[in-house]
Design a protein around this ligand. Sequence first.
Ligand code: NAP
Length: 331
Amino acid sequence: MTTMRAFTAGHGDTGYTRGVVQFPIDQLGDGEVLVRVHHSGINYKDGLATTEQGRVARLDPIVPGIDLAGDVVESTDPAVPVGAMVIAHGYDLGVAHHGGYGEFARVRAEWVVPMPAGLDTRTAMLVGTAGYTAVLSVAALEGAGLVPGAGPVLVTGATGGVGSMAVGMLAARGHEVVASTGKPAESDWLRRLGASDVIDRSETAAESARPLERERWAGAVDCVGGATLSHILRTLRYGASVAASGLTGGTGLDATVLPFILRGVNLLGIDSVQTPIEVRRAMWQRIGSDLKPTWLDSIDATVIGLDALPAELDRILAGGMTGRVLVDPRT
Ligand SMILES: NC(=O)c1ccc[n+]([C@@H]2O[C@H](COP(=O)([O-])OP(=O)(O)OC[C@H]3O[C@@H](n4cnc5c(N)ncnc54)[C@H](OP(=O)(O)O)[C@@H]3O)[C@@H](O)[C@H]2O)c1
């Protein structure tokens, strides 16, 4: 087989197009490992990588898909044997290197995470980049001293991929979770995931001229940024931390130094893309064991084929995604 079905986005003879094409396997890029993709996820960044204005993709056209899981069908690295089930996400994948929205992906051996015991390709991609980012966020908060019983932990953008995984993960670890969402209709679902309270997005995105407001949160996972992150900094309790990973609400940050120097709060930056591979493999082992998302069955998960991608990519860019949508490029 010399070509495969793949979803591509980029400039062609008729301008910028997205759609399913026959793609030459020998043009997948460098890498020791050829993976047959069983599942890939849909992330906000995938939405950005498939629009002309997104300024995320550095290949044109690109096979997007920033995360994938599947089986190894070719390998020149003995550490990654043929037949192994693997996960890959981040680094250049789906951005500067063809990603998971094709039947096959060629990846570097040093990007490969062995599938942890207890996970399969579907559950691994249900977790995906979003869940991995949530795990990094929760680990950062706990590393900075957050313990169950400390008080309410705010999760913003709670119905999104990172947010919903953070809600479930924090609740499973015994934290009191307050979910902030712009989708009140999803309140019951957020409570089923483990939120003890659900508040409206307008409350956590409210602007204020005051540099400090009433201390509320023992910790926060912020997937939104902008005015929301400013609000969190003004309302964190003394010594508390926010793990900041997202920008759906904007990249700007209007803040003063007062929360830092008067309340000793911490702004913890979360990056899932360039985590060193040893850290990443160890974190995935934890996702398969002590951090295993036992509530995954409560996540609304749909699996779509490549043809259905445009509608779902538009939905995530419009902030309309709830739960997780997986892509099975074999269908
Ligand atoms: N740092 C990293 O390594 C890393 C990794 C993964 C993702 N991210 C970033 O994290 C963010 C979330 O990613 P995701 O994949 O979870 O995306 P997602 O599924 O689209 O979730 C984002 C959520 O943010 C909320 N939202 C959307 N538009 C908003 C707006 N204008 N103002 C306030 N809230 C808004 C929505 O939740 P509600 O309706 O419930 O409010 C939405 O579901 C993105 O910015 C993404 O780029 C960063």
